[in-house]
Ligand binder design. Structure first.
Ligand SMILES: NC(=O)c1ccc[n+]([C@@H]2O[C@H](COP(=O)([O-])OP(=O)(O)OC[C@H]3O[C@@H](n4cnc5c(N)ncnc54)[C@H](OP(=O)(O)O)[C@@H]3O)[C@@H](O)[C@H]2O)c1
Length: 255
Protein backbone atom coordinates (compact mmCIF):
# COMPACT_ATOMS: atom_id res chain seq x y z
CA UNK A 1 0.00 0.00 0.00
CA UNK A 2 1.11 3.55 -0.78
CA UNK A 3 2.63 5.20 2.32
CA UNK A 4 1.54 8.69 1.41
CA UNK A 5 -2.09 9.78 1.63
CA UNK A 6 -3.98 9.73 -1.66
CA UNK A 7 -6.36 12.35 -3.02
CA UNK A 8 -8.72 12.22 -5.99
CA UNK A 9 -9.35 15.72 -7.34
CA UNK A 10 -12.12 15.71 -9.93
CA UNK A 11 -11.72 18.27 -12.71
CA UNK A 12 -7.99 18.68 -12.14
CA UNK A 13 -6.89 19.16 -15.75
CA UNK A 14 -7.24 22.93 -15.38
CA UNK A 15 -8.16 25.82 -13.09
CA UNK A 16 -8.97 25.33 -9.43
CA UNK A 17 -8.64 21.55 -9.64
CA UNK A 18 -5.14 21.67 -11.10
CA UNK A 19 -3.97 24.23 -8.52
CA UNK A 20 -5.45 21.98 -5.83
CA UNK A 21 -3.67 18.89 -7.16
CA UNK A 22 -0.37 20.80 -7.19
CA UNK A 23 -0.87 22.07 -3.64
CA UNK A 24 -1.81 18.62 -2.40
CA UNK A 25 1.28 17.16 -4.05
CA UNK A 26 3.36 19.77 -2.19
CA UNK A 27 1.61 18.67 0.99
CA UNK A 28 2.77 15.09 0.43
CA UNK A 29 -0.24 13.48 -1.21
CA UNK A 30 -0.21 11.10 -4.14
CA UNK A 31 -2.60 12.42 -6.75
CA UNK A 32 -5.42 11.02 -8.84
CA UNK A 33 -5.98 13.48 -11.69
CA UNK A 34 -9.22 13.71 -13.64
CA UNK A 35 -10.74 15.58 -16.53
CA UNK A 36 -13.87 14.87 -18.53
CA UNK A 37 -11.76 13.56 -21.37
CA UNK A 38 -8.18 12.74 -22.22
CA UNK A 39 -6.95 16.12 -23.44
CA UNK A 40 -3.71 18.05 -23.95
CA UNK A 41 -4.60 19.95 -20.77
CA UNK A 42 -4.91 16.75 -18.76
CA UNK A 43 -1.63 15.43 -20.14
CA UNK A 44 0.08 18.75 -19.33
CA UNK A 45 -1.35 18.58 -15.80
CA UNK A 46 0.08 15.09 -15.38
CA UNK A 47 3.48 16.34 -16.58
CA UNK A 48 3.40 19.19 -14.05
CA UNK A 49 2.57 16.85 -11.19
CA UNK A 50 5.27 14.37 -12.17
CA UNK A 51 7.76 17.25 -12.30
CA UNK A 52 6.81 18.07 -8.71
CA UNK A 53 7.86 14.52 -7.80
CA UNK A 54 4.32 13.33 -7.10
CA UNK A 55 3.00 9.88 -7.76
CA UNK A 56 0.17 10.36 -10.22
CA UNK A 57 -2.69 8.31 -11.60
CA UNK A 58 -4.56 10.02 -14.42
CA UNK A 59 -8.16 8.93 -14.95
CA UNK A 60 -10.20 10.76 -17.56
CA UNK A 61 -13.90 10.13 -16.99
CA UNK A 62 -17.18 12.00 -17.04
CA UNK A 63 -18.19 12.33 -13.38
CA UNK A 64 -21.86 12.42 -14.37
CA UNK A 65 -21.58 8.87 -15.72
CA UNK A 66 -22.10 7.17 -12.37
CA UNK A 67 -21.56 3.74 -13.95
CA UNK A 68 -17.86 4.70 -14.11
CA UNK A 69 -17.48 5.38 -10.39
CA UNK A 70 -16.92 1.78 -9.31
CA UNK A 71 -14.22 1.29 -11.96
CA UNK A 72 -12.53 4.54 -10.95
CA UNK A 73 -12.39 3.50 -7.31
CA UNK A 74 -11.08 0.10 -8.34
CA UNK A 75 -8.30 1.72 -10.42
CA UNK A 76 -7.29 3.97 -7.51
CA UNK A 77 -7.16 1.10 -5.04
CA UNK A 78 -5.31 -1.12 -7.51
CA UNK A 79 -2.64 1.57 -7.98
CA UNK A 80 -2.35 3.03 -4.49
CA UNK A 81 -4.23 0.69 -2.14
CA UNK A 82 -5.91 3.60 -0.38
CA UNK A 83 -7.85 6.85 -0.75
CA UNK A 84 -7.78 9.47 2.00
CA UNK A 85 -9.40 12.47 0.42
CA UNK A 86 -11.94 13.23 -2.30
CA UNK A 87 -12.15 16.75 -3.69
CA UNK A 88 -15.41 17.18 -5.60
CA UNK A 89 -14.26 20.01 -7.82
CA UNK A 90 -15.28 19.30 -11.43
CA UNK A 91 -18.05 21.59 -12.57
CA UNK A 92 -19.57 23.42 -15.47
CA UNK A 93 -21.19 26.77 -16.05
CA UNK A 94 -24.63 27.19 -17.59
CA UNK A 95 -25.19 26.77 -21.31
CA UNK A 96 -26.07 30.44 -21.59
CA UNK A 97 -26.67 33.21 -19.11
CA UNK A 98 -30.12 34.71 -19.38
CA UNK A 99 -33.52 35.28 -17.85
CA UNK A 100 -34.64 32.78 -15.20
CA UNK A 101 -37.86 32.54 -17.16
CA UNK A 102 -35.99 31.17 -20.18
CA UNK A 103 -33.86 28.43 -18.59
CA UNK A 104 -34.10 25.29 -20.72
CA UNK A 105 -34.77 21.84 -19.31
CA UNK A 106 -31.53 20.67 -20.98
CA UNK A 107 -29.40 23.21 -19.13
CA UNK A 108 -31.22 22.58 -15.86
CA UNK A 109 -30.80 18.80 -16.14
CA UNK A 110 -27.12 19.16 -17.10
CA UNK A 111 -26.44 21.30 -14.04
CA UNK A 112 -28.09 18.78 -11.74
CA UNK A 113 -26.32 15.84 -13.40
CA UNK A 114 -22.79 17.28 -13.36
CA UNK A 115 -22.76 19.82 -10.53
CA UNK A 116 -24.85 17.85 -8.02
CA UNK A 117 -25.80 14.24 -8.77
CA UNK A 118 -22.29 13.21 -9.80
CA UNK A 119 -20.78 14.59 -6.58
CA UNK A 120 -23.41 12.90 -4.42
CA UNK A 121 -22.87 9.44 -5.87
CA UNK A 122 -19.08 9.69 -6.10
CA UNK A 123 -19.03 10.79 -2.45
CA UNK A 124 -21.32 7.92 -1.54
CA UNK A 125 -19.08 5.41 -3.36
CA UNK A 126 -15.83 6.65 -1.82
CA UNK A 127 -17.40 6.93 1.64
CA UNK A 128 -18.58 3.32 1.49
CA UNK A 129 -15.05 2.19 0.65
CA UNK A 130 -13.57 4.28 3.47
CA UNK A 131 -16.02 2.82 5.97
CA UNK A 132 -15.21 -0.72 4.82
CA UNK A 133 -11.48 0.04 5.14
CA UNK A 134 -10.95 1.86 8.45
CA UNK A 135 -7.68 3.59 9.25
CA UNK A 136 -6.19 6.00 11.77
CA UNK A 137 -5.20 8.40 8.98
CA UNK A 138 -7.09 11.68 8.62
CA UNK A 139 -9.77 11.43 5.95
CA UNK A 140 -11.87 14.08 4.32
CA UNK A 141 -14.33 14.82 1.55
CA UNK A 142 -14.28 18.40 0.31
CA UNK A 143 -16.77 19.81 -2.16
CA UNK A 144 -16.20 22.98 -4.17
CA UNK A 145 -19.55 24.72 -4.44
CA UNK A 146 -19.68 28.47 -5.05
CA UNK A 147 -20.73 31.83 -3.61
CA UNK A 148 -23.82 30.97 -5.61
CA UNK A 149 -24.70 28.36 -3.01
CA UNK A 150 -25.81 31.49 -1.16
CA UNK A 151 -25.96 34.43 -3.56
CA UNK A 152 -28.77 34.46 -6.11
CA UNK A 153 -27.63 35.19 -9.65
CA UNK A 154 -30.82 35.17 -11.68
CA UNK A 155 -28.96 34.93 -14.99
CA UNK A 156 -27.76 31.42 -14.06
CA UNK A 157 -30.39 30.11 -11.72
CA UNK A 158 -29.83 26.44 -12.55
CA UNK A 159 -26.16 26.74 -11.45
CA UNK A 160 -27.25 28.40 -8.17
CA UNK A 161 -29.80 25.66 -7.50
CA UNK A 162 -27.27 22.86 -8.03
CA UNK A 163 -24.59 24.61 -5.96
CA UNK A 164 -26.94 25.38 -3.06
CA UNK A 165 -27.89 21.69 -2.88
CA UNK A 166 -24.19 20.85 -2.41
CA UNK A 167 -24.35 22.75 0.89
CA UNK A 168 -27.01 20.38 2.20
CA UNK A 169 -25.14 17.42 0.73
CA UNK A 170 -22.10 18.49 2.74
CA UNK A 171 -24.06 18.75 5.99
CA UNK A 172 -25.76 15.39 5.44
CA UNK A 173 -22.51 13.54 4.77
CA UNK A 174 -20.79 15.39 7.62
CA UNK A 175 -23.35 14.06 10.08
CA UNK A 176 -23.45 10.57 8.58
CA UNK A 177 -19.67 10.17 8.39
CA UNK A 178 -18.54 11.83 11.63
CA UNK A 179 -18.52 8.52 13.54
CA UNK A 180 -16.44 7.05 10.72
CA UNK A 181 -13.72 9.69 11.24
CA UNK A 182 -14.37 11.23 7.83
CA UNK A 183 -14.49 15.02 7.84
CA UNK A 184 -16.74 16.66 5.26
CA UNK A 185 -16.42 20.26 4.12
CA UNK A 186 -17.65 22.69 1.49
CA UNK A 187 -15.62 25.51 -0.03
CA UNK A 188 -17.46 28.42 -1.63
CA UNK A 189 -15.18 30.26 -4.05
CA UNK A 190 -16.10 33.73 -5.24
CA UNK A 191 -14.71 35.21 -8.42
CA UNK A 192 -11.73 33.09 -9.49
CA UNK A 193 -9.67 33.67 -12.66
CA UNK A 194 -10.05 30.43 -14.66
CA UNK A 195 -11.36 29.30 -18.02
CA UNK A 196 -14.84 29.22 -16.49
CA UNK A 197 -14.88 32.96 -15.87
CA UNK A 198 -12.97 33.93 -19.03
CA UNK A 199 -16.15 34.69 -21.01
CA UNK A 200 -17.31 37.19 -18.36
CA UNK A 201 -13.91 38.66 -17.52
CA UNK A 202 -14.62 42.13 -18.91
CA UNK A 203 -17.95 42.40 -17.10
CA UNK A 204 -16.32 41.51 -13.77
CA UNK A 205 -13.35 43.84 -14.40
CA UNK A 206 -15.85 46.64 -14.55
CA UNK A 207 -17.61 45.45 -11.37
CA UNK A 208 -14.20 45.20 -9.60
CA UNK A 209 -13.43 48.77 -10.56
CA UNK A 210 -16.62 49.71 -8.69
CA UNK A 211 -15.65 47.82 -5.51
CA UNK A 212 -17.09 44.33 -6.08
CA UNK A 213 -15.71 42.71 -2.90
CA UNK A 214 -13.93 43.91 0.29
CA UNK A 215 -10.68 42.22 -0.88
CA UNK A 216 -11.16 43.74 -4.28
CA UNK A 217 -9.29 41.54 -6.71
CA UNK A 218 -9.70 38.40 -8.75
CA UNK A 219 -9.25 35.27 -6.71
CA UNK A 220 -6.65 32.87 -8.00
CA UNK A 221 -6.98 29.08 -8.20
CA UNK A 222 -4.22 28.88 -5.56
CA UNK A 223 -6.46 30.78 -3.12
CA UNK A 224 -8.94 27.91 -3.24
CA UNK A 225 -6.17 25.29 -3.22
CA UNK A 226 -4.86 26.79 0.06
CA UNK A 227 -8.24 26.24 1.68
CA UNK A 228 -8.46 22.66 0.40
CA UNK A 229 -5.01 21.85 1.75
CA UNK A 230 -5.89 23.32 5.16
CA UNK A 231 -8.99 21.15 5.39
CA UNK A 232 -7.47 18.00 3.87
CA UNK A 233 -4.46 17.95 6.15
CA UNK A 234 -6.53 17.90 9.32
CA UNK A 235 -5.77 21.41 10.55
CA UNK A 236 -9.37 21.78 11.73
CA UNK A 237 -9.83 18.43 13.48
CA UNK A 238 -12.82 19.50 15.59
CA UNK A 239 -14.73 20.83 12.59
CA UNK A 240 -16.97 19.15 10.03
CA UNK A 241 -19.83 20.23 7.80
CA UNK A 242 -18.39 23.76 7.59
CA UNK A 243 -18.57 25.98 4.55
CA UNK A 244 -15.42 28.06 3.99
CA UNK A 245 -15.84 31.19 1.90
CA UNK A 246 -12.89 31.95 -0.37
CA UNK A 247 -14.37 35.03 -1.95
CA UNK A 248 -12.60 38.13 -0.67
CA UNK A 249 -15.49 38.81 1.72
CA UNK A 250 -17.97 39.11 -1.14
CA UNK A 251 -20.96 37.89 0.85
CA UNK A 252 -20.50 39.98 4.00
CA UNK A 253 -23.65 42.04 4.41
CA UNK A 254 -22.73 45.71 4.07
CA UNK A 255 -24.60 48.98 4.08
N1 LIG B 1 -13.97 30.05 -11.46
C1 LIG B 1 -14.80 30.56 -10.57
O1 LIG B 1 -14.97 31.79 -10.45
C2 LIG B 1 -15.58 29.65 -9.66
C3 LIG B 1 -16.33 30.25 -8.64
C4 LIG B 1 -17.07 29.45 -7.79
C5 LIG B 1 -17.06 28.08 -7.94
N2 LIG B 1 -16.33 27.52 -8.93
C6 LIG B 1 -16.37 26.06 -9.04
O2 LIG B 1 -15.05 25.54 -8.96
C7 LIG B 1 -14.96 24.34 -9.71
C8 LIG B 1 -13.79 24.44 -10.68
O3 LIG B 1 -14.03 25.55 -11.53
P1 LIG B 1 -12.93 26.15 -12.52
O4 LIG B 1 -13.21 27.60 -12.59
O5 LIG B 1 -11.59 25.67 -12.15
O6 LIG B 1 -13.43 25.48 -13.89
P2 LIG B 1 -12.66 25.23 -15.27
O7 LIG B 1 -11.41 26.02 -15.35
O8 LIG B 1 -13.71 25.40 -16.32
O9 LIG B 1 -12.27 23.67 -15.16
C9 LIG B 1 -13.28 22.71 -15.07
C10 LIG B 1 -12.68 21.37 -14.77
O10 LIG B 1 -13.76 20.44 -14.56
C11 LIG B 1 -13.63 19.36 -15.49
N3 LIG B 1 -14.95 18.87 -15.84
C12 LIG B 1 -16.01 19.54 -16.33
N4 LIG B 1 -17.04 18.72 -16.50
C13 LIG B 1 -16.62 17.49 -16.13
C14 LIG B 1 -17.22 16.21 -16.10
N5 LIG B 1 -18.49 16.03 -16.48
N6 LIG B 1 -16.49 15.16 -15.67
C15 LIG B 1 -15.20 15.32 -15.28
N7 LIG B 1 -14.57 16.51 -15.28
C16 LIG B 1 -15.29 17.58 -15.71
C17 LIG B 1 -12.86 19.94 -16.67
O11 LIG B 1 -12.28 18.88 -17.43
P3 LIG B 1 -11.90 19.06 -19.00
O12 LIG B 1 -10.61 19.82 -19.05
O13 LIG B 1 -11.79 17.66 -19.52
O14 LIG B 1 -13.04 19.82 -19.62
C18 LIG B 1 -11.86 20.81 -15.92
O15 LIG B 1 -10.84 20.01 -15.39
C19 LIG B 1 -16.32 24.15 -10.38
O16 LIG B 1 -17.12 23.29 -9.64
C20 LIG B 1 -16.91 25.55 -10.36
O17 LIG B 1 -18.32 25.55 -10.38
C21 LIG B 1 -15.58 28.26 -9.80
Amino acid sequence: MEEKPVVLVTGSSRGIGLATAERMADAGFSIVLNGKKDSPALQAAEERLLNLGAKVLTLPFDISDTTRHEGVLHAVIERFGRIDCLVNNAGISVRSRGDLLDISEESFDEQIAVNLRAHFFLTQRIARWMIANPTNSYRSIITISSSNAEAASTTRGEYCIAKSALSMMTKLFAVRLADENIHVFEIRPGLIATDMTRPVRDAYESRLSNGFSPINRWGQPADVANAVETLATGKLPFATGEAIHVDGGLLISRY
